[in-house]
Design a protein around this ligand. Structure first.
Ligand code: CUA
Length: 421
């Protein structure tokens, strides 16, 4: 009776709870899978470097699962086998000990055993061998991941982390000692099936560069440039995220690798190499260009239209820019280069889509022409960026608000930005 009651209280209830937990877990997993068509997915590799990592990860995971079940199985077996039993109940099931004299009661301990040479050798030597084998394969993978197969004069990209977005500086001839040919933000456009060597650095605090379907993480540290490589097997869009806590909007420091076929890649490069032509009075976008020059050009560069004037930067931003003096001709040091902003599909650290339904239906190179502008988010961002994405409290980080701009000025500015293709 007592036993039944205890079973009624814990048995079925426990099962019900366990079943509920499993169903909740399954639903959560299913929801995560549908939440984004380009998730931060470490398990579906899309390039040789991510493949290298998973070729190490899955066997190690297999070993870990086997060890987990062996250890947990032993714990459960020993706990059940040697659990304390009530003297009388135990006696009833041990017919060779009808009085239960050899068994122990609630407040007694069984005989304590110390030292078993064979067991202790086994559980020392087996994990040592396992970890030694895993570390050898890990070291081999680490060496492979840092191998640069690209030629000296192949494309190289300097990646600059900054609170809270990523800048990409393209050196088409691989020479990183000269100013970059192209400077862009948020979207690392790259050719398919070609290794792209990266130099990863930061203008302010430590960030970490991570596009999980293409390669592992690499810290972006101010004053240092860490080599890294990236390569994709298939064209597509691969989401990335800063993975080193770097302040208020760390979670909103995203990016995409946009991988194009070689012909499209060439076309993209040719387009990006062209400076913007200053607009003349009467041309569409001219009023917006005036608003831009009066309000935005202190931080943002449009090649051919605005030059960088580091002296005019708000307090604190001069240091910011100085960290990367070689690029200051194209980089304001404070904000994304906007020369071809309309050719990108995201803005504000890839938090907002620049076009509705951007990548699903429209090829990347045609998005500026055929995309349906996400005007709401763009105007809200221009008007009050800190209201859309948390910025530094002292106002020296991230984009500032422009409460003084009229609706008409913002419309004109958006019209101008859309001419920057
Ligand atoms: Cu940058 Cu976290």
């Amino acid at each position: 009776m007592m036993g039944e009651q205890a079973g009624g209280r814990f048995g079925p209830n426990l099962w019900r709870r366990l079943r509920l937990a499993l169903v909740a877990l399954a639903v959560a997993l299913a929801l995560t899978a549908c939440a984004d068509e380009h998730p931060l997915d470490t398990l579906t590799e899309a390039g040789p470097d991510a493949q290298e990592i998973n070729d190490l990860f899955f066997p190690v995971l297999g070993v870990a699962i086997i060890v987990f079940f062996l250890v947990q199985g032993a714990i459960i077996y020993l706990a059940v086998r040697y659990r304390a039993r009530r003297r009388a109940a135990a006696a009833a099931v041990h017919s060779d000990d009808p009085d239960g004299d050899d068994l122990y009661g609630d407040d007694e301990y069984p005989e304590q055993v110390h030292g078993n040479l064979r067991l202790e050798l086994a559980w020392t030597i087996i994990p040592t061998i396992l970890l030694a084998v895993i570390s050898v394969f890990t070291l081999i993978s680490l060496v492979d991941l840092n191998e640069v197969s690209a030629a000296e004069d192949d494309l190289r990209v300097t990646v600059v982390g900054q609170q809270w977005w990523w800048e990409f500086q393209y050196h088409l001839d691989g020479d990183t000692s000269t100013p970059p040919d192209i400077v862009t933000a948020n979207e690392l456009v790259m050719p398919v099936r070609q290794q792209v060597p990266l130099g990863i650095t930061s203008r302010d605090v430590i960030h970490s560069f991570w596009i999980p379907r293409l390669n592992g993480k690499k810290d972006a540290v101010p004053g240092r440039t860490h080599p890294w490589v990236i390569e994709a097997d298939e064209p597509g869009r691969y989401m990335g995220q800063c993975t080193e806590f770097c302040g208020l909007s760390h979670a909103y420091m995203r990016m995409y690798a946009v991988v194009l076929e070689p012909a499209e890649w060439d076309e993209w490069v040719q387009g990006q190499l062209v400076d913007a032509a200053p607009l003349e009075p009467g041309e569409p976008g001219y009023e917006g260009q005036e608003v831009f020059l009066a309000n935005c050009a202190n931080c943002h560069v449009v090649n051919g239209v605005s030059d960088v004037n580091l002296d005019d930067l708000p307090d604190g931003m001069g240091d910011y820019a100085g960290a990367n003096a070689i690029t200051s001709a194209l980089v304001s040091g404070a904000a994304p280069n906007l020369t071809h902003v309309a050719s990108r599909t995201t803005f504000a650290g890839s938090i907002f889509d620049l076009y509705e339904d951007r990548a699903e239906r429209i090829p990347y190179l045609e998005v500026a022409e055929r995309g349906d502008l996400n005007r709401g988010d763009l105007e809200a961002w221009i008007r009050n960026a800190p209201g859309q994405k948390a910025n530094d409290a002292d106002g020296a980080r991230g984009m500032t608000a422009f409460p003084g701009l009229t609706d008409g000025e913002i419309d004109a500015l958006v019209e101008y930005l859309m001419t920057l293709r």
